[in-house]
Structure formats: structure tokens, C-alpha cells
Design a binder for this molecule. Structure first.
Ligand code: TEU
Ligand code: CA
Length: 550
């Protein structure tokens, strides 16, 4: 099969189905709801959707705990609904990338149920079961959700490994049968016509044999033994050889803690592994140790350095993915020193341009196109995410953690990006006719798609323009990258160049007017996009962005 690398021309929109649109009034988003909003996506101009998991699942982690890879979670709809959605997407020229969650399954997956029912079951070796050591756990690994990574099996003596919630037992990829199962399910969905996969925590699938203790860390010991493990590249090459290479599909790996050197191995053109990866270096610029609850003052210089390093490293050596929001991140307006109040609209537009015109495939997260904000959660019971709940628990147990973490939960919690998409000003924001599964942001009365649509200077209109401008633009697809002011603390001005033509993107990351002589040299160029109608000569206004063509 000739692979066309269509993803290099894609603008991807991420749908988190639980929060997107509820068609049948049960308070939960669903597939018919998605279908009803496809024209919104078409008008926006995106040509690909990444759909977070819709498979059968007990929803301990909102679908990232799958109990049947071949069926749909009933509240989301049926297989027929899915096929209808896929058809309607394709009819509109929109491709579909599914979420592939195969580092772990749900504890309600048939494989796990068989494994705990019968120690001699072949499914036992699909997972990691180990004996404890003298009243201790099998090793000192921590889970990503603030717990230990081991849980005692129900009605048994051994522990099983779970790098996420205890309802998400890790799969043992050393077992060839597990890999065959993964290839089988990939083939099933590709044969149904899906266009690719976003591969959840794919860098964690290979663990150091023997599962040795890791270096002690207060929250996440053992990382060095379960991220970028020894067989990671073998496994990915196997998937690629046996499945991906046979379809004109695209893959994007969610690769927590991957360095640029790791990235070159994962997406290098001759490596035959993945097409793109999501790295988190940029979203980690406002925390300590890559640990998001340890919030740190944002540094624009650091962000620019990260972008610059990745842009240069993957130029002709692979392909970047570009994003600033997803279902695990808080909302971007109000983050990165921007404003979610007075300058919310300017911020949303400037932030888009700060990453959208880099080289790579850009992603937009649902609600970002109207500049949705973090939620106004008021009390602990407003939070529903397993990670937030575990963090509250940890804070209750440990005063020291509480001191550092508790104040950040509200702002940083994943629930912030999971509140219902605000379609209109009705009581449940046009998302549903009943009280949804998670709080609706009170600001939906004025911040919603319907309102934004009416405003020619709204966020939505700007996103449409930006997407249109990017489409087919060779400078943005193929051009080199240069940061024109790498040391500047307030301005991000980058240049893309291809065959003597340039696009120059000028962003002000502050709420003040910022003056710079470079700006006056640029004013003779054609403005293709900006978030203000009138400009100053040698200054950028608060959160102003100007995109020039030269
Ligand atoms: O996220 C992987 C991951 O590492 C996240 O746990 C991330 O570290 C965390 O959200 C930061 O707070 C993926 C999915 O995107 C996430 O929604 C799932 O919960 C997780 O995998 C388990 O499948
Ligand atoms: Ca529903």
C-alpha cells in the first residue's frame, strides 16, 4: 500500500465524546450528538477528527479503560451509529483517527476477568501478576494517578500492575498473544474504514524485564523502567510492519517523557514506527519536573526554546504534531501568561498562532475554537476525574503534599477541559436538556458557539481564517523555522521560509504594549491575519498577533 502521508496536510479537531453533544437527553455526549455537529466542523475547516475512546468501558477513566475493543459504550450509541458517523465524516472530507488504548485494558475486560478467575488461564500472562515481597508490594513503582502501581487481585494472593487507575491493569506486551490481539483489533477498525490512531501512552508498553525497583521519587518511582522500555521500538516496528504499513493511515503516539532523541527514533522517516508523536515539553514549561500540579511561573523564553529545538530537530527527520490543549490539559486561555478575562478573545487568537503555523500537523481541542475557559469549580464534589479525586485523597493523607498540590487542583485538573462544549446560552449550554455528568461552566450564558458565530471579530471567525490560510500553504508545510528574538521575554516572533517566501508570526505574550524595532521593519509587509484591526508602528498591543507574508 502506498502511504500518501495525508496527515501532513491535516488540521485535526479532537472530540472528547462524553462532553461534546448529548443527543438523547441523558446528560452524556454521544455519537448521534457528534453527527449533529459535523457541519460545525466542516465550516470550521478541519479535515480530520481525533476521537477519544468510544469503546465499551466501565468509564473509570472516561473510556481510557476499555472492556471490549470491538464494541461501543452503549450510552455513546451502537456500531451502526459509529458507521453512520464515519460515513458522514468521510462525506464531508473529514478523516477519523481513533484512540488506541493498549498499554492497559479495563479490569472488566474479558481477558482480565479470566486471568483472575483461573491462575492457569492463558490470559494470566496477558497481564503482570506478581507475588508481594515480605508484606511489601512487588516493587516500588508509582502510578500516574498518585497511587502505588500495584493492587491485590480480588480473591487471590498476587498483585497486578497498573500504571494508571487500579481499574486499568497493564498489558504484558512480552506476550506475543497480546501483540497479536492488538494487531487484530487495529485491523478490525482499519477495515471498517478509520484513517488512523492516536496511540495512548504508547511509550509505556515495554517494561524492564524483571520489573526491578526504580529510583525513589515522592510520587512516580520507576519511570526509568516503564517509559521508553527496551522493546518499545521492536513492538512499534512490528505493529507498523504487520498493520500500519498496509493501510494509508496515520499514527500519532502519545509519548510522555520523550526527548528529541527518542522522537527521532519514533518518527524518523526510515524507522517505520509512528508518523507523529505528542510531546509535552511545551506544556511542561509551567511546572516542575514534568509534574503538572507543581505549577511554576511561566517562562516565554523556555517555551520558545522548546518549540525551536523541536522544529529544528525534526526538520527532514520526522514530523511534528502541534497542540496546546487536550482532554488532559487545562484550557489554554488564562495559561502561558495569557488572559481569560479582559483579553480572552485576543489571547485565544494569539495562542492559536503561536503554534499553528509551526511545521507539523496542528490539533485543536473541542471548545478551543471559541476560547472556552477553565471551569468555575467551587467545591471538591464538582470534580469527577479519577486523577483529581486521587490527588484530593493524597492531600488528605499527607500534609506536605497538601501544601504544594491542593491549591493547584482547581486550575490544573483535567476536569477543566472536560466540561460540556458550550453551544448556546440555554440552561445546559445546548449540550444537553438535562443536568450533565459534569458541571457546565457558568459563563456559557455569554460564551458559546451561537454567540461567537455572530461576531465577525469572534474567536471562531479567526480560527476559520487561520485554518483556511494554512491549507495548501507550502511555506507552512515545508518551510524552515527561525525564532527571530529567542532571548526576548515578552514577544515570540518566528519566521517560516520556503523558496524565498516568508511567513512571519509576531505574538505578544503580555497584557502590555510592547515596543521593538524589529516590528517597525516588518510593517511594510502584507498582513494576512491579526487579532486587532488597527496596528501601532513599532509595537504590539496586549496579546496582539500579526501574521505577515513576505
Ligand atoms: O494520558 C497519559 C498520561 O500520561 C496522562 O496521565 C497524563 O500524564 C496526565 O493526564 C497528566 O495529568 C493518557 C490519556 O490521555 C489520559 O486521558 C488517560 O487517563 C491515560 O492515558 C490512561 O489511559
Ligand atoms: Ca446521550
Amino acid at each position: 500500500m502506498k502511504r500518501t502521508h495525508w496527515y501532513k496536510d491535516a488540521v485535526v479537531y479532537q472530540i472528547y465524546p462524553r462532553s461534546f453533544c448529548d443527543s438523547n437527553g441523558d446528560g452524556i455526549g454521544d455519537i448521534p450528538g457528534i453527527i449533529s455537529k459535523l457541519d460545525h466542523l466542516k465550516e470550521l475547516g478541519v479535515n480530520c477528527v481525533w476521537l477519544s475512546p468510544i469503546y465499551k468501558s466501565p468509564q473509570h477513566d472516561n473510556g481510557y479503560d476499555i472492556s471490549d475493543y470491538y464494541d461501543i459504550y452503549p450510552p455513546f450509541g451502537t456500531m451502526d451509529d459509529f458507521k453512520e458517523m464515519l460515513k458522514q465524516m468521510h462525506d464531508r472530507g473529514i478523516r477519523l483517527i481513533m484512540d488506541l488504548v493498549v498499554n492497559h485494558t479495563s479490569n472488566e475486560h474479558m481477558w482480565f476477568k479470566e486471568a483472575i478467575k483461573d491462575k492457569s488461564s492463558p490470559y494470566r500472562d496477558y497481564y503482570f501478576f506478581r507475588k508481594g515481597k515480605k508484606k511489601k508490594l512487588p516493587n516500588n513503582w508509582g502510578s500516574f494517578f498518585m497511587e502505588k502501581a500495584w493492587e491485590k487481585e480480588p480473591n487471590g494472593e498476587e498483585y497486578y500492575l497498573h500504571l494508571f487507575a487500579k481499574e486499568q491493569p497493564d498489558l504484558n506486551w512480552e506476550n506475543k498473544k497480546v501483540r497479536e490481539e492488538v494487531k487484530k483489533l487495529l485491523t478490525f477498525w482499519l477495515d471498517l474504514g478509520v484513517d488512523g490512531f492516536r496511540c495512548d501512552v504508547i511509550t509505556a508498553i515495554s517494561k524492564t524485564p524483571g520489573l526491578p525497583n526504580g529510583k525513589y521519587k515522592p510520587v512516580l518511582s520507576g519511570l526509568e523502567h516503564f517509559v521508553n522500555g527496551p522493546k518499545l521500538h521492536d513492538y512499534l516496528q512490528e505493529l507498523n510492519r504487520d498493520v500500519f504499513s498496509k493501510y494509508d493511515c496515520a499514527t500519532v503516539g502519545e509519548t510522555i517523557l520523550s526527548s528529541i532523541d527518542d522522537a527521532k527514533l519514533l518518527v524518523g522517516p526510515d524507522r517505520n514506527e509512528l508518523d507523529m508523536i505528542f510531546n509535552f515539553d511545551h506544556t511542561d514549561t509551567d511546572n516542575y519536573f514534568g509534574y503538572k500540579y507543581l505549577v511554576k511561573k511561566f517562562s516565554l523564553r523556555k517555551l520558545k526554546k522548546v518549540y525551536s529545538n523541536w522544529q529544528h530537530a525534526l526538520y527532514n527527520n520526522g514530523w511534528n504534531s502541534l497542540f496546546i490543549e487536550n482532554h488532559d490539559q487545562r484550557r489554554s486561555v488564562g495559561r502561558f501568561n495569557t488572559s481569560d478575562t479582559t483579553y480572552r478573545i485576543q489571547s485565544a487568537k494569539m495562542l492559536l498562532c503561536s503554534y499553528f503555523f509551526l511545521q507539523g500537523t496542528p490539533f485543536i481541542y473541542q471548545g478551543q475554537e471559541i476560547g472556552m475557559t477553565n471551569c468555575d469549580f467551587k467545591k471538591e464534589s464538582d470534580f469527577v476525574d479519577v486523577e483529581a479525586i486521587n490527588t484530593f485523597k493524597l492531600c488528605r493523607k499527607n500534609k506536605l503534599f497538601s501544601l504544594f498540590l491542593k491549591k493547584n487542583i482547581k486550575n490544573v485538573s483535567r476536569d477543566n477541559s472536560r466540561t460540556p462544549v458550550q453551544w448556546d446560552d440555554s440552561i445546559y449550554a445546548g449540550f444537553s436538556t438535562v443536568k450533565p455528568w459534569i458541571k457546565v461552566n457558568d459563563n456559557h450564558t455569554w460564551l458559546n458557539v451561537e454567540n461567537d458565530k455572530k461576531d465577525p471579530n469572534g474567536v471562531l471567525a479567526f480560527f476559520k481564517e487561520a485554518i483556511k490560510y494554512r491549507k495548501g500553504n507550502e511555506i507552512i508545510k515545508n518551510g524552515t523555522f527561525k525564532d527571530l528574538l529567542p532571548k526576548h521575554k515578552k514577544l515570540f516572533i518566528y519566521e517560516r521560509e520556503f523558496e524565498n517566501k516568508k511567513v512571519i508570526v509576531c505574538c505578544n505574550f503580555t497584557n502590555k504594549i510592547v515596543k521593538h524595532k524589529l516590528l517597525s521593519n516588518l510593517t511594510s509587509n502584507k498582513i494576512v491575519l491579526s487579532n486587532y484591526n488597527k496596528h501601532l508602528n513599532d509595537c504590539l498591543k496586549p496579546y496582539e498577533v500579526i501574521v505577515y507574508e513576505k
